[in-house]
Design a protein around this ligand. Sequence first.
Ligand code: PEP
Ligand code: MG
Length: 651
Amino acid sequence: MERSTIVRVHEGLHARPATRFVKLAKSFESNIELVKGEKSVSAKSSVKLMLLGVKENEEVTVRAEGADAIEAIEALIGYLENPRSGLEEDGQEARQKPKAPAVPAPGATSPADGRLKGVGASEGVALGLAYPYFPEEIKPENRKLSPDETEAELARFRDAVATVQKRMDASLAADGLAESDRGIIAALKDIAADETLTEETISLIRGGMDAVTAVFAAASKVATEFGEMDDPYLNARADDVHAVGRQLCLALLGREEGSLEDIPDGAILIAEDIGAWDLARAPLKRIAGVICGHGGATSHVAIIARAHGIPAVLGLGVEIGRLRAVKHIALDGGTGEVFPEPDSETTAHFEARIRTADEERAALKVFRDVVPKRPDGTVIEVAANLGSLEEIEAAQDAGAMGVGLFRTELLFMRHMHLPSEDMQTEIYSTLAKAFAPHPVIVRTLDVGGDKPVAGVDFPDEENPFLGWRGIRMCLDRPDIFKPQLRALLRAAVHGPLKVMLPMVSELSEVVRTQALIDECEAELRTEGKDYRRFELGVMIETPAAVLIAPMLAKEVAFFSIGTNDLTQYVMAADRLNPTVASLNDVTNPAVMAAIQMTAKAGVEAGIMVGMCGEAAGRPDLIPEFIRMGLTELSMSPASIQRAKKCIAEFR
Ligand code: PEP
Ligand code: MG
């Protein structure tokens, strides 16, 4: 018995919708297959189903044989015809960013006294227990089984599958597990139990291969199939298969994975590399410091560390390997120095500095509610840079006068699907309400090939930083850009919300965005939805934008200087590459001249000029920026009180 239909499930049967479909299929006794074109697969295997690559609007056939075939077909066809199938609980699910390949950074140096030097990425000093986080490499055993060993090896493998399932169930049952983590673990658990992986492994063991090697080979085969599909989201499932393969191997070897969840209070995290999203989900309150082989001062890991006031040294390069076994460690996030196993003198020195820093922080609290002004009475807005609603409290506690940069990337990166217009409206509205009457500046989506997002097919690029990113990508994808603009128009009803565009390099990008905003407004009007036109500004972060700043100033309501990118583009020095860290210096006269030119163009046109790059929080530069005419500085919450003090003392 069979029935055909057109799939209406949003974005087709990948990941969550596929696993839900399988769950539904498994609730029937019948043998069920899903047929697409010439291919048919068991409807009870999510991996096989995902590999079938069923997309929205494609025709498929559900074939069932058994006592409950009619009911099964009815239910499964109903599922396939519902656009929201599998999405209902997806709102909070996360998608892990694939890790960048390990590239040794030769920038780090190690003076003779054992101290190491990397890039000072988040200032402050820390001293504590080291928490090396180097997931162990597992190698295939490459053992040939004798025929009488096969059954025992199969039993060992089945035990390992059960152990992994149990470990995952235990994680799912843990108190306080974020919904985002729950989604990831549930998806991995599905793969671990899936017949595709287990059948392949079992057949290899029967062929005489030891279980660890068999899991390796089976996982590689399935991962390669995912990697070859023409859907970037399904490509990313290859990482999930490898992750499950790794868990199975660990269980076979009787080992367990370390986790950031276990990091002790006050410990210093040491890692080769850590994804921004992984760090964002870690128990940040317990982490006293971060030391990484990868990254630079303006990488997003650095930004997260600064947002939470965690001292960090990044870009240690291959030297990070020397810290795998250290027990105690000290670091200076300002100078980039790291002191493994500090002696008593160094320890005393760090303890004294930590005490002084605590005292300074306490003394700065009096500036929390200060409204800093220039000597002529002009208020200088000291605002916060935020990446998620979870950071609102820290910004308010610090005394932020609004938000000068809300990065919307995390919102897009943490979901398995593009966030809907309604979900975005809710998030931007919450933000506007939280800070009203202060302004909130939301930056439209600023992603590129280095920060992939589910649902956006990025081309392979030699230089993603010079490629299809920010406003360039958004203008080519009105299906992504317009829902964001519509959500911003709707949220602007709730407070003084402003919007700025990233990576602008041509006037036409602003003009085309304005036309899209007009279009969104007309649609909302016709639909009878509440909205308010927001002020539109641009980030000045490309040399082209600096050079046409007088022209841009006639079209927009404000400028916000993005010194992180502006520095890398003016100096032609990758902001993530520790080897060129010394060139990546905002105080270089070339970069300061670019800032000066931007300020002059904005001031002459009578529009607000602000800054949201990391330089905005530097007390050594703030007086100069104010002299140039900047009236808004937006920074990590941890820098706000010190910046207010600095402006209040400016003469
Ligand atoms: C900048 O480039 O200065 C900026 C604030 O944006 P981001 O760091 O997110 O690229
Ligand atoms: Mg930028």
